[in-house]
Write a protein that binds this ligand. Structure first.
Ligand SMILES: [Zn+2]
Length: 53
């Protein structure tokens, strides 16, 4: 659909939550709050292309 706004997908670091968070690219290098558990997690600055397992 609209590929205008890029978003980053990251997983909540809290083991009991592990919710996938969608954050805007503008949040790179910043800290966001998990909307599920409220844990503060840092958004990685680099591209989140995790190909290597
Ligand atoms: Zn969480």
């Amino acid at each position: 659909m609209s590929s205008d706004k890029k978003t980053i997908m990251m997983m909540c670091p809290k083991l009991t939550c592990r919710k996938v968070l969608h954050v805007p690219e503008t949040a790179r290098g910043k800290s966001i709050k998990c909307r599920s558990c409220g844990t503060i997690c840092r958004v990685p600055e680099g591209p989140a292309s995790a190909k290597a397992g």
